[in-house]
Design a binder for this molecule. Sequence first.
Ligand code: AHG
Ligand code: MN
Ligand code: MN
Length: 341
Amino acid sequence: MAQRVGTTITQHILNQQRENPQATGAFTNLLNELIVAAKVISREVNKAGLTDILGSTGEVNVQEEQVQKLDVLANRVIIERMQHIGELCCMGSEEVADLIEIPHKYPKGNYILVFDPLDGSSNIDVNVSIGTIFGIYRKISNEPGVDYLLSDVLQPGIKQVAAGYFIYGSSTIMVYTTGNGVHGFTLYPSVGEFLLSHKNIRIPEKGKIYSVNEGNYNYWDEKTRALVDYFKTKDKSSGRPYTSRYVGSLVADFHRNLLKGGIFMYPADLKDPKKPSGKLRLMVEANPLAMVVQQAGGYASDGHGPILEIQPKEFHQRTPLFIGSKHEVSLAEQFISGQRA
Ligand code: AHG
Ligand code: MN
Ligand code: MN
């Protein structure tokens, strides 16, 4: 007898869209194609050690970071799959300096996809989890004959209509939200489908984990150091010291803390004068995860206020990020804004 297979991601998206009277199917089509792209990337990641796909291309990207071959492959897979479906008016990728136009030969749609094709590049060659992060916005302009305006892309994160990520780890997982809770799916390799494995994820109000690259300690300002010192200080009544976990792939560090509770931080630092806001990117990393965490009952801040309310000035803008359980992220805001020392 065939084994009973649970809810597939496609069924789940369709069920959610059925509750939306304005749904046309465009959005379902878009997510489904993105899932196909992620399956292709997952397959390539899984056989990476066997093919000539590990290592650097020898090039440096718009972020002035070494480009890995898998970065390029993931970026290409997503662009090629998404450009022809007729649901997008443009895309924005961490790996591409300019916004990505939809070629003339393909129909245009009303959505904008922003993505980090491969997050955790430094972990590609060492078999540590990596992932893909995405956010989706609806086009707001309505000028005849114009595919999109810059203002359609530079919307604050609160305007995302969906966001999520894929993790290529011990298994391949997809976590997504369309503003109606956060749901996780695991790729069942022999069936080739993502099946519901984490229904309605809620992040604990308070956690025990802090995740930060502490090698940057001496590049941080006093407030950031005081915050991290606080998590390490022994105090039984407030459950300290916290435990430290950091693998260096944002998706993986975020996902662990989403399930277990705690805080992930990439604060501003003085390491590189050209990057005064830290390393992470507002539009392709911080905003999608901020929507996910908010939908799961957590919070994301730049240390002063909600990530989701920041009005982006440019696509590749960076931001300090404090994200996770409400309790710890609120504490971070108190330290960073100087209300607490
Ligand atoms: P990407 O691989 O997309 O460039 O992102 C890497 C990011 C993020 O995944 C991670 O949290 C962070 O870089 C780690 O940076 P450090 O090595 O400075 O800790
Ligand atoms: Mn990244
Ligand atoms: Mn990346």
